[in-house]
Ligand binder design. Structure first.
Ligand SMILES: NC(=O)c1ccc[n+]([C@@H]2O[C@H](COP(=O)([O-])OP(=O)(O)OC[C@H]3O[C@@H](n4cnc5c(N)ncnc54)[C@H](O)[C@@H]3O)[C@@H](O)[C@H]2O)c1
Length: 280
């Protein structure tokens, strides 16, 4: 199929790679030349890793990379059969992008946003093609993570949801369909869990290392909640918590004061070198 991925950041480059490995021709569009350059370098090294692990042959990796065409202009998108948007998590940016895309993409194209916390129904309205629109929420890093939440907007058609499921299966991932409610499934459960670990730490229940070790040994979690928060980025955890709190208006989603303080102090986790733990 001809797939257009809009936004070549962390997620867009991973999505483009997964689609190309599955044999689709991918247009990878970003307004930033720098982002496209980083995306190509990132895809190359990710594919090389898959070759080293014998999960992909050298020739298949080279063919996949060759199937991705980077571009900075909104051109040639009328031939795309699937359009997946992964631009900044901002309503304004997504509105601008989808108002533009809605005018050029074909009537039969399947349209999807990778938003984590915005309303799929609202973004669909920007495109003016609500029936052909749904969420495809990939997880980071895309080449490794098996799940894609297929999000049914209020006006998504059954056909679009069915096509999205089939497309996700076709690129070797597992789709789980859910309704367009804040946090979908995974973040709705994961964000409060991480947040509660921060409340427990503030209350002096145990140290960060002890809380993490307890959840690994006692609940079989592969990683503790505070180490996971550092990995995700504390600013991202805070934004997700605030979005859930605002949408549901339920105090159970109230971001931990400790989280707010750490973000204000620039302690963002791994990416800033310090969060609940220190990093080289
Ligand atoms: N990072 C994650 O862990 C994660 C996980 C799941 C979903 N998401 C979602 O995926 C989307 C992208 O997140 P990301 O982490 O890849 O962000 P990112 O900042 O790494 O990449 C966003 C890209 O969009 C580009 N962009 C901005 N405006 C544009 C425009 N008008 N036209 C074309 N390109 C434009 C930017 O240049 C940038 O390269 C967001 O909606 C986010 O919520 C992120």
């Amino acid at each position: 199929m001809r797939v257009a991925v809009i936004g070549a950041g962390t997620m867009g480059s991973g999505i483009a790679q997964a689609c190309a490995v599955a044999g689709h021709d991918v247009t990878l569009l970003d307004t930033s030349e720098g982002a496209l350059g980083r995306a190509q370098a990132g895809m190359k090294s990710s594919l090389e890793r898959l070759v080293r692990r014998e999960r992909l042959s050298e020739s298949d990796a080279a063919a996949a990379l060759a199937r991705v065409s980077p571009q900075t202009e909104f051109l040639g998108l009328e031939s795309a059969e699937v359009v997946i948007e992964a631009v900044f998590e901002s309503s304004e940016v997504k509105r601008e992008v989808w108002e533009r895309l809605g005018k050029v993409v074909s009537d039969t194209a399947l349209l999807a946003t990778n938003t984590s916390s915005l309303s799929v129904t609202e973004i669909a309205a920007y495109s003016g093609r609500e029936a052909r629109f749904c969420g495809m929420h990939f997880f980071n890093p895309v080449p490794v993570m098996a799940l894609v939440e297929v999000v049914r907007g209020l006006r998504s058609s059954e056909a679009a949801v069915a096509e999205a499921k089939a497309f996700v299966e076709g690129i070797g991932k597992t789709p789980i369909v859910c309704q367009d409610k804040p946090g979908f499934i995974v973040n709705r459960l994961l964000v409060p869990y991480i947040n509660d670990a921060m409340h427990a730490l503030s209350e002096g229940v145990a140290s960060a290392a002890e809380i993490d070790e307890a959840m690994k040994l006692g609940a079989n979690m592969p990683i503790g909640p505070l180490a996971l928060a550092d990995l995700v980025g504390l600013d991202v955890c805070l934004a997700a918590g605030q979005a859930l709190h605002e949408e549901f208006g339920d105090p159970k989603f109230r971001p931990a004061p400790l989280l707010k303080q750490m973000v204000r102090a620039g302690k963002l986790g791994r990416k800033s070198g310090e969060g609940f733990y220190e990093y080289e």
